[in-house]
Design a protein around this ligand. Structure first.
Ligand code: ATP
Length: 227
């Protein structure tokens, strides 16, 4: 088995289809003379949940960036729902991610940002979804706050909320549990289980074993290339 070459194929009670949401073959990423990912393969079936684990700097975020098309690999092939991640509107209608933090607009409140993201992605800002997500992430009371005034944990909740108000079939989350308190982690795990139960697919990086086990993820351990 090559570095990170895995197939997250455990059949799940909720029913995983045969199709691949994410297929990565021979993925190689080099920075200068340093090879971070060397021929990595990964398959995430539709409806599955995979947690990428491994020590700091092993390339988890790099792999996630390649899956979202935010980084071009040095070699290999990535497909998402059977097509290259092309960064077009069609792609972003299906995929929501926290891999790159968005830039917030000065002067817009937390609530206004969430409504803006919902509208921009074809949702109805008045359909209750913004309230629902705000409640689940415990940021209802921060609706009128400016993002710049939030603590790091509140900002993480807000980032997740902005991701969850977008319609998606695939979530690509980079350490979603980071900086969250115990209660928020539990609520997040519950929300992700609901997302999966309604047909969503989840690929995430995580350093928190209890969290990704709570979500029901299959673990995929990335290791450094040999040599
Ligand atoms: N733009 C860049 N230029 C040069 N090196 C980079 C760049 N981005 C990442 N790296 C290097 O690539 C390696 C993998 O980084 P990456 O962030 O993917 O690791 P990670 O597994 O997500 O780490 P962590 O667990 O700490 O979040 C690291 O050694 C990092 O220093």
């Amino acid at each position: 088995m090559r570095n990170g070459e895995v197939s997250a194929t455990r059949d799940r009670e909720r029913g995983v289809s045969d199709g691949a949401a994410v297929e990565v073959t021979g993925l190689t990423v080099t920075y200068g003379s340093t090879t971070v990912l060397d021929g990595v393969g990964l398959r995430v079936p539709v409806g599955a949940v995979v947690a990428l684990t491994g020590e700091n700097g092993v390339g988890k975020s790099t792999l996630l960036r390649c899956v979202t098309g935010l980084q071009a690999p040095s070699g290999g092939v990535v497909t998402v729902f059977g097509a290259a991640p092309d960064q077009g509107a069609g792609f972003w209608r299906q995929v929501a991610t926290t891999v790159e933090s968005p830039t917030w607009y000065h002067g817009l409140t937390v609530r206004e940002h969430l409504e803006l993201v919902r509208v921009a992605n074809g949702g109805d800002p008045a359909d209750g979804r913004v309230d629902e997500v705000s409640g689940l992430l415990g940021i209802t009371g921060l609706a009128d706050s400016l993002p710049i005034t939030l603590s790091s944990g509140q900002r993480q909740r807000f980032l997740l909320a902005a991701t969850f108000v977008r319609p998606s079939r695939l979530l690509v989350l980079d350490e979603p549990e980071q900086r969250l308190d115990v209660g928020a982690k539990r609520a997040l795990a519950g929300h992700l289980r609901d997302y999966l139960a309604t047909g969503g697919t989840l690929l995430m990086a995580s350093h928190d074993e209890q969290f990704w086990r709570d979500v029901g993820a299959d673990e995929v351990v990335l290791s450094r290339p040999e040599g």
